[in-house]
Design a binder for this molecule. Structure first.
Ligand SMILES: [Cu+2]
Length: 699
């Protein structure tokens, strides 16, 4: 959404290379409140078109990706991830159909059809979403463009690419016809790839002797209409995702399909003199099937069918106040979830484990952003959120099941499990499952323009997050826990409190004509942070951990820097460090789970009319600060070299090529999870050497 501050920043910065977003065939990465020039790390075509938009986050200071599969990238920012980060797709706060986040929001629109990914650096404005607890990100699909005069124009983009590591290929086409006032567009894309190689010609093999499934297959299309005239802007957009057989090796099952679409419409009216009205509505409906036997083998042949139906509405009014803009708005959304699990070999194990789940959020906010003096900009925001959730009666198990002591051991175990599940279900169904949470978010960010070369920013905030439906309503041991992928079985807790974070952020942004360095330091203290804890209740229901409230803290620094060497050469760099710790841990085990190790990247770029070449070095340190409570494995660090090139033979035609992981080293991503959700096994290996080529045409 809007950030007044970033406008202020842009105006004080002499931006040496501004990448024009409209004519760039790659998704533009915009980091709000950042010195990073749009697309700094994105100007070189890479192979991300073969995967999901989330892969772009690795180039954003402080951000990373918890990768559970080739299309399953969960956004991570400064040690927080999943539901703790607010993500909107074309303005909609999309809900996942997979209770294990197989379809995180950024997977909805494939990278070739993504126009822009915006990440708020530091403290996210309260206006940027209902719960912006750990960060806020917005992806927008490509939508063509209006004509600048009264002629009728067509515009569009066509792109395709190939990557050797997984024999992956994609093709995408977007066409639009428009005049000054009306715009119609249509797009479609297809991506497909096999299990990737991890080194030379080797593929990763699981403990059952099967190749680890990292193949993917997805089709997407969008269609929409846009209108603009004298301050009025209206748009209606539909985006459809049809993901087929796609591996999610870090989870207990793989994707058989994720199908469905998102309808969204927005209207804004600029009345002039700083007055503006903005509205957005969305509706989505998705279906999903996952199983543990089509793309892998496992002890039990289980499948899950799930559904989500959700919608939301946002309304905001801008008005001038003092030397700034005051925004007042209301937001609300609702989601309904259903999940059935079954064992194909035993119909008695059918379970409707999430039934009639509803989670509604109602919110109002106000925010003022403007100048308080010649050199000082301030942003103040407050938001109130009421979250209401409820669950219907579950089915499954059998409280009357008799465990026959004379039966074979495996049969006895199954009977015991059915009896336990039956008892858990009866006791859950007898409880009142309605839950209410009331949260007040506050944010204050002060930016001081010390000199023409230095800006300092200080931010303070209090942000809240209500528990997810999985955290509340898992009534018996389950591994459907929002893509946590730690190899554990969890039990929910109806008595969870919402999380409250107290955030401090300090940023320096030094820049001159040729260089910039922008470090940001942060400290977050989180009351009632929700994490798994071993409890008697968990053990009784066959789970190892139960979602519980603890206290936690996060601190670290992320830095970006760049230097223009000559007209043709420049170098850019980024560095990220974060620590996540439990506070007052009774066991002395403090480290939190899935925290990215120290990592950084540098890129040396050569650019001359029509040509571009880049050498990119990425390093990840060892991660030894691992969570003890869920036996998280340590991970070895790695360094990787990527070579990228771009050539523009004609205006609008871009050929991109490169080699990622040039030396073909075998690497493991600390945020990547374990093969087949088995924490005693190996981590999922990262792709080996990848030679890729892309071709795109924009008109
Ligand atoms: Cu799933």
């Amino acid at each position: 959404m809007k950030t007044k501050l970033s406008l202020a920043i842009a105006s004080v910065l002499a931006i040496p290379f501004q990448v024009s977003a409209e004519h760039e065939h790659l998704p533009t990465i915009v980091v709000e409140g950042s010195a990073m020039r749009a697309g700094t790390f994105g100007t070189a075509p890479d192979s991300s078109g073969l995967k999901d938009t989330a892969s772009l986050l690795k180039r954003v200071p402080g951000a990373n990706v918890n990768r559970n599969g080739p299309l399953t990238g969960i956004a991570s920012y400064r040690g927080m991830f999943g539901n703790r980060i607010n993500i909107s797709i074309d303005g909609a706060n999309m809900k996942e159909v997979g209770p294990n986040s197989m379809d995180p929001p950024l997977s909805h629109i494939p990278a070739p059809l993504t126009g822009k990914l915006t990440v708020h650096r530091g403290i996210s404005p309260v206006s940027s979403g209902i719960e912006t607890f750990g960060g806020s990100m917005h992806a927008e699909s490509k939508k063509g463009r209006f004509s600048e005069d009264d002629s009728i124009i067509t515009s569009g983009t066509a792109s395709m690419g190939y990557g050797s590591v997984d024999d992956g290929h994609f093709g995408a086409l977007l066409g639009s016809v428009a005049n000054q006032n009306h715009k119609l567009y249509l797009s479609g894309s297809k991506e497909q790839g096999r299990n990737y190689k991890i080194k030379d010609n080797d593929k990763q093999i699981d403990t059952n002797g099967n190749e680890v499934s990292t193949k993917y297959d997805r089709e997407a299309f969008t269609a929409g209409y846009g209108y603009q005239r004298e301050g009025h802007e209206f748009g209606i957009n539909y985006s459809n995702n049809n993901t087929g057989h796609t591996g999610t090796p870090a989870l207990p099952m793989d994707i058989i399909y994720v199908k469905g679409g998102l309808y969204d419409a927005n209207y804004s009216w600029d009345l002039g003199d700083g007055y503006k009205l903005k509205t957005n509505v969305f509706y989505q409906k998705m279906r999903h099937w996952m199983d543990s036997y089509t793309m892998r083998t496992s002890m039990m042949n289980m499948y899950n069918r799930t559904e989500v139906e959700a919608g939301g509405i946002d309304l905001a009014v801008d008005m001038p106040l003092f030397d700034g803009i005051l925004t007042v708005g209301v937001n609300g959304d609702q989601s309904n979830h259903e999940a059935n699990s079954a064992n194909i070999d035993n119909a008695m194990m059918d379970m409707n484990f999430f039934h009639d789940i509803e989670r509604d959020r109602y919110s109002i906010f106000t925010e003022w952003a403007g100048d308080v003096s010649e050199n000082m900009a301030l942003e103040l925001g407050a938001r109130y959120v009421h979250t209401w959730s409820d669950a219907g009666d579950a089915s499954g198990g059998n409280p009357l099941q008799v465990v026959n002591p004379l039966a074979p051991a495996a049969m006895q175990a199954m009977q015991a499990s059915m009896l336990r599940t039956g008892n858990d279900r009866v006791s859950f169904n007898a409880k009142d499952k309605k839950r209410n949470f009331n949260e007040v978010d506050l944010a204050a960010v002060l930016r001081y323009n010390v000199s023409s070369e230095l800006d300092v920013e200080v931010g303070l905030a209090r942000k809240n997050r209500a528990p997810t439906y999985q955290e509340l309503y898992l009534w018996t041991g389950s591994r459907a826990v929002g893509g946590f992928a730690d190899g554990h079985t969890y039990l929910g807790d109806l008595n969870l409190d919402h999380e409250t974070a107290y955030q401090f952020d300090l940023g320096f942004d030094w820049h001159n004509e040729n260089a910039y360095v922008a470090p940001r330091f942060f400290y977050h203290y989180v009351d009632d942070y929700i994490q798994g804890v071993a409890t008697a209740e968990a053990t009784a229901s066959g789970a190892t951990l139960q979602w519980s409230n603890i206290a936690a803290q996060f601190y670290g620094v992320d830095l970006e820097a760049g230097y223009t060497l000559t007209d043709n050469w420049r170098v850019d760099a980024g560095l990220n460090y974060v620590r996540g710790e439990r506070v007052n841990s009774p066991t002395g085990d403090t480290d939190l789970y899935r925290i990215a190790p120290l990592n950084g990247r540098t890129q040396l770029t050569y650019e001359q009319s029509g040509w571009m070449g880049a050498v990119e070095g990425v390093f990840y340190a060892d991660q030894g600060d691992v969570a003890g409570y869920n036996q998280e494995q340590k991970t070895k660090g790695y360094m990787v070299l990527n070579l990228r090139g771009k050539y523009e033979p004609y205006h609008g035609v871009i050929i991109g090529t490169g080699i990622e992981n040039v030396v073909g080293s075998k690497r493991f991503d600390h945020l990547g999870g374990y093969v087949n959700h088995n924490r005693n096994g190996s981590r999922v290996a990262m792709p080996g050497r990848n030679i890729y080529a892309t071709l795109s045409y924009n008109w």
